[in-house]
Structures are given as structure tokens and as C-alpha cells.
Design a protein. Structure first.
Length: 68
């Protein structure tokens, strides 16, 4: 096994539907410009409420990837 170097970036995904959609959307978008994504870590979950209901989700992610 060869040595590898990894890097992380922080992103925030958002969705009106669910936390899972916010995570999936953030990873899908990041993968368009970042190669070799290998993992993610959820750092924070937040959102806002309108008329007593959840209106929007935001999820802060740390995305890890291997450098070439």
C-alpha cells in the first residue's frame, strides 16, 4: 500500500425537503470539481421555521478527498 495525502473542505448543503437531500446535494455538487472524494462528516445541522413548520434545512459538511 502506498502513502497517500488527503485534504478536507467545508461546504454547506441546503434543501427544502430533508437533511439527507441537503447532504446528497452538497456531495454531488462538490464532486463536479473535486476528484477522489472518499468520505464526509456532518458538523452541524440547522434550518429555519415558517408558520410553525420546518421550511429549510442546512447541513455543514467536511468532505475528505485524496490528493493526486
Amino acid at each position: 500500500m502506498s502513502d497517500a495525502v488527503y485534504k478536507t473542505v467545508d461546504v454547506v448543503g441546503s434543501s427544502q425537503s430533508s437533511i439527507e437531500d441537503a447532504i446528497s446535494g452538497a456531495i454531488a455538487r462538490a464532486s463536479r470539481t473535486i476528484d477522489h472524494i472518499g468520505w464526509f462528516e456532518v458538523g452541524e445541522i440547522r434550518g429555519h421555521v415558517e408558520d410553525g413548520k420546518v421550511a429549510h434545512y442546512q447541513v455543514g459538511l467536511k468532505i475528505g478527498f485524496r490528493l493526486d
